[in-house]
Design a protein around this ligand. Sequence first.
Ligand code: SAH
Ligand code: SF4
Length: 428
Amino acid sequence: MNVADSELIDGILQKEGYKQTQNIEEANAIFINTCAVRDHAEAKVHSRLGYYNRIKKSHPEVIIGMLGCMAQNLKDEILENKPYVDIVLGPDSYRKLPVILKNRLKDQKHIVDTQLSRFEVYDGLFPSRKEGINAWVSIMRGCDKFCTFCIVPFTRGRERSRSPKSIIQEVERAINDRFVEITLLGQNVNSYKYDNIDFTKLLQQISFIPGLLRLRYTSPHPSDVNEELLEVMAGSKNICNSIHFPLQAGSDRILKRMNRTYTKNHFLEYAKKIRDIIPGVGISTDIIVGFPGETEEDFQETLEVMDTVKFDSAYTFKYSSRPYTKAIEYDDHIDEDVKKDRLDRLIKLQQKHTLLCNREMIDKVVDVLVEKESKKSDEFWSGRTDSNKWVIFKKESAKIKDIIPVRITAAHGVSLKGQTEGIKNEIN
Ligand code: SAH
Ligand code: SF4
């Protein structure tokens, strides 16, 4: 999400004639784009701003701007404690950046704009992307789900969807710029709705765009995953057989307290449908441990769901209290050492499952998109399977952006090793 927003901001500034510099000491303006979802990310931003302050001490004319969710969340604290930050802009105010920059050059006052909008989807603006394989395309913004742990509805505002026309234009432009993979983005991507077009229809329409080799999306909400979506994924050559299916917790009591709107049984039923309907699918998830009131029994239920589903990979987090959220008011917060212990056990189990899922791929031939040279050796390529697993294999005749059949020969932790079996590029 943040990469996409940074590319959007870059696009807005480039349109006005501003250029990026690789050397921070040369910059006339420095912007930091921030995320407030977890407190860990916030700590990093504070230390980064300290570094920019040191730069400003030797170049007092440089303008420092803090953009995005954290700006929204922490504007008062920043204005009070970090007076060297000149501009604070929330995630719905990026369009105003060029005017704000001009005003700031005329006047030394701080400029703050964190107003959230019910409508801003940045239609008609094109992100500035570095050359590459994958282009992120934002299709909706905000979220109305109000999970009790999550700050997103407060920092990014109400849910709103972009018109299919402008999304398709952006995808076509990205393909024209030689991107071969598109990832559709949204905080709650599958609650997309624009007139009578829902997420499944949009996904299918985009998959028909000529030249698109791979189509992915993130992050869906389990309550909005339906069979029709899974059938469309299974029936399309270029929609990848990979799905992010965020569990968060395994016990119904905790799911209810989290306001996740699905039960453990619903989650398990759909996880099974995903595996049954989409052959060779890769399922990733997000899990939070130590949510207020989580008992050892509740945590055991999370481990049980993991054992049943056997996720291919998982992003795992210790619960952290976020401002404005309902969960911050609960009076049964969990000790840090208990959270840490649960996280360690959860990670160990996930490592076991990842290895298990990867070992099942040994001897299978899968399509791999060649993405880059392997960090380990310049004789090897590194690429992803449709199901979103990294594979390393000898270069031979393939080149970057080819899709080639690769026989998996070994599985170590998260990555696979393979051997090429000829070249096969497919454009629908
Ligand atoms: N819209 C996505 C999640 C976006 S936030 C969804 O509904 O799944 C990304 C992830 O950060 C969440 O899935 C959650 O696992 C984690 N997260 C969000 N708030 C958190 C908090 N307060 N503490 C710990 N993890 C959190
Ligand atoms: Fe946050 Fe996702 Fe829940 Fe929305 S659906 S409130 S973004 S966790």
